[in-house]
Write a protein that binds this ligand. Sequence first.
Ligand SMILES: Cc1ncc(COP(=O)(O)O)c(C=O)c1O
Length: 360
Amino acid sequence: MNRVYNFFAGPSTLPLEVLQKMEKDFVNYQGSGLSLIETSHRSKEYDLVHNRAVELTKELLGITDSHTVMMLQGGATMQFGMIPMNLLHSDRFAAYINTGAWAKKAIADARKVGNVEVIWDGADNKYMSLPAISELQIPGEATYLHLTSNETIGGIQWQEWPDTDVPIVADMSSDIMSRPLPMEKFGIVYAGAQKNLAPAGMTLVIMRNDMLDKCASNLTAYLSYKTHAPKNSLYNTPPVFTIWAFANVLEWVKENGGLEGMAVRAAEKAATLYGAIDDSDGFYRCPVDAGVRSKMNVVWRLPTEELEAQFIAQAKGVGMLGLKGHRDVGGCRASIYNAMPPSGVAALAQFMQDFRRNNG
Ligand SMILES: Cc1ncc(COP(=O)(O)O)c(C=O)c1O
């Protein structure tokens, strides 16, 4: 089989074992005579998959009945609006931390719904840094504190969590399930599936039940968490294919050491790539503050844009795809989510050395 290394930021690489398992089961799901994606979402076969996904989410994150797991649609983008619609009642305000491209989108949508106070903004440092925990002034009356745990475009990632009793609402689209989390701190964790969880089509929303109690009751059905939570995300037709893949990916995470295992794997891969950058005598340059470099999306520049274009084209020629930085920032980016094998990162680091030798 001739598979390339896929460094795209999302949709992104999935564990090969998962793809192969799904291929085997695809046409005739476990001998049922039809594919799971042709089966009713009320069937016994699908029910087992659906509940397994919820169960594994809770098991891996170490949560119990204190939290509700929802598998929704509309991407993380839908959550930018749904969260304030449900929680930002008119006499209240929410605190937001602006760390870059994705945080900005969350803030813009929340502002359309209610009162927002941006308590920290990384603009002065071009969104290349994060606040020290001690620097944050979090108003105790805020309904929630929103942050983006990993800025997929900027390549910065929170390493520790704000110390506050205000419930943290976190967009974890690009680093969910890559490390253990102190879930008691989080009122809501949400993530689009298409990076660490599954193909596109599902958004994971994990809500602490005290937050659920505070949600609005006057929203249209789909926009209301109070619709989905008591129905176990089966109020309407769920994205069965994505949830099937999601359940399989979670099994893979469990078999590979759970979130502790993923954290070790991520740290080793990130160390290899940042090592290749830092040991290049300035040929490669990571613009991000060293203490907050992302272990999921590694960004770097070369001496000129021409060299960057050559680097990306030559890497593609040897089977390494998706290394172009986001169009808003340029440069190079390697997305090294859970499913990226260490061999892919080693191959990229070697390519970086060779490219520098030939062009430095
Ligand atoms: C951190 C972050 N938040 C939100 C989104 C938007 O997700 P979706 O496309 O699922 O709406 C992305 C997509 O890349 C992301 O990286």
